[in-house]
Design a protein around this ligand. Structure first.
Ligand code: ITT
Length: 187
């Protein structure tokens, strides 16, 4: 089994990507290697800058993931600032912000990036649409999972198993595309 390094501080992301790549016979190992997340309008810009930075520091093939939740009736807030908003306001802060909204559309986006041994960059994006629940529900997953209900379902991501979330999530879509670009073959 081959191994790919994944530079992330987020165990939830790590577990989801490990499950995804197990279908390609690839083991994913966490690399604790913080990188500066540049101020940018898009996840892609953050990922490309992060990969280049890590490549200079570690000179080895690795992956990273920049992701976020976007409130469609709030101009996409918090988007690229999701980590900061989760840290400061939490899920409850998002619920408070939307307390009078009956329409609550939202989506998650994930941008997955890989830099190979020659320093060549591959980037893939995934998205899942849904809405923000009225209250926090469920205990699985991480981050904003307790308040996000994917389209076609009536449970939050935090009420689903890892495998169920991974059948439809922004992250599994992005990393499946990335695996295809890396020419990994399904077991
Ligand atoms: P890294 O070390 O990989 O950067 P991070 O948690 O700081 O980990 P980001 O910078 O990509 O991650 O910030 C994304 C934020 O959005 C973060 O607070 C996550 O918890 C949240 N998020 C991303 N994907 C999510 C998902 O699938 N479910 C719930 N919350 C998610």
């Amino acid at each position: 089994m081959s191994t790919i390094w994944f530079a992330t501080s987020n165990k939830g992301k790590l577990i989801e990507v490990q499950e995804r790549f197990s279908h390609f016979g690839v083991e994913v190992e966490q690399l604790i290697a913080p990188y500066p997340e540049i101020q940018a309008d898009t996840l892609e810009e953050v990922v490309e800058a992060g990969l280049t930075h890590l490549w200079k520091e570690h000179a080895r093939p690795l992956m990273i993931d920049d992701s976020g939740i976007f409130l469609d009736n709030k101009e996409g807030f918090p988007g690229v600032y999701s980590a900061y908003v989760l840290h400061t306001l939490g899920c409850q802060g998002i619920l408070d912000l939307m307390h009078s909204d009956t329409e609550r559309p939202a989506h998650f986006e994930c941008c997955a990036g890989y830099i190979d041994e020659k320093g060549q960059v591959l980037v893939a994006k995934g998205r899942v649409d849904g809405h923000i629940s009225k209250e926090e529900k469920g205990t699985t997953g991480f981050g904003f999972d307790p308040i996000f209900v994917p389209e076609g379902h009536d449970r939050t991501f935090a009420e689903m198993s890892l495998e169920e979330k991974n059948k439809m999530s922004h992250r599994s879509r992005a990393f499946d595309k990335l695996a295809e670009m890396m020419e990994l073959e399904k077991d």
